[in-house]
Design a protein around this ligand. Structure first.
Ligand SMILES: C[S@@+](CC[C@H](N)C(=O)[O-])C[C@H]1O[C@@H](n2cnc3c(N)ncnc32)[C@H](O)[C@@H]1O
Length: 236
């Protein structure tokens, strides 16, 4: 597989050459990367449709892989206006290219901690929220909940911390094995780990659920999980 340009601790970025190799890398590093996209597309149809114009967001849309699938997943999704948001110019450019020709997709360059959300019906953050420090994560989730119309939903797929050191150690070991089996070398695995130091900010499942409650969601829980990767649904 194509390698990522990783150099030193805490150096992880989504700019430069990363967009060109991102999806390939995600498939080799993240269990359920594509299965989670399948689930999100299916799930989105439960919150879209009807006579009203609908709005959906993908936050941290990266290369637009999921955004393109969401925008074309059946008639209700095709009638929805989809907004991808990413703060990396190179990712915004890649997503615009990947979604070119789709009239219902807009890709916006912006930071989640700063953008104003439109009233919306379905919001996805797929492998994105774990890059926000906890205080910013709370603030962004509150604003997502405020922007969602009643009955609208937020789906989040994030890396989470295990409940306790022993489980964390076991899950990390199994995740390394997953990466080795997918073809990554030990050096690539360690380099990635170093580069994400202080950049990836996972919290526990319980902390995520508390933040959903504080943000104002009425119904929330886990609907997908494999090792440290967990998909949550939160309904307003
Ligand atoms: C792992 S990628 C997302 C992958 C993508 N959702 C998918 O399913 O293929 C995370 C993305 O979030 C973006 N990102 C991280 N923090 C952000 C923030 N505060 N505001 C906007 N984008 C952010 C990064 O630039 C990156 O493109």
């Amino acid at each position: 597989m194509t390698s990522l340009p990783i150099t030193s601790p805490g150096s992880w970025v989504f700019s430069g050459d990363v967009p060109a190799v991102f999806v390939d890398h995600a498939r080799h590093s993240v269990p359920l990367y594509d299965a989670g996209h399948d689930l999100v597309c299916d799930l989105s149809t439960c919150f879209l449709g009807g006579d009203q114009p609908r709005v959906g967001y993908e936050l941290g849309s990266a290369t637009g892989q999921l955004l393109r699938r969401l925008a074309g997943h059946g008639p209700a999704n095709a009638a929805t206006h989809w907004i991808g948001v990413d703060r990396e110019a190179a990712m915004v450019e890649a997503a615009r290219e990947h979604c070119a020709g789709l009239g219902n997709v807009e890709v916006v360059a912006g930071d989640l901690t700063e953008i104003a959300f439109q009233p919306c019906d379905f919001v996805v953050a797929y492998l994105t929220m774990h890059f926000l420090p906890p205080g910013q994560r709370r603030q962004v989730l509150r604003r997502i909940c405020q922007a969602l119309r009643p009955g609208g939903a937020f789906f989040m797929f994030d890396k989470v911390l295990a409940p306790g050191a022993q489980l964390e150690d076991l899950i990390t070991t199994l995740h390394y094995r997953f990466k080795r089996n997918a073809g990554l070398s030990p050096e690539e695995i360690l380099d990635k780990k170093e580069s994400l130091l202080g950049v990836l900010r996972p919290v526990s499942t319980d902390d995520n659920l508390t933040v959903f409650e504080e943000a104002g969601f009425t119904s929330y829980g886990t609907i997908l999980k494999y090792l440290a990767f967990e998909g949550f649904i939160a309904i307003k």
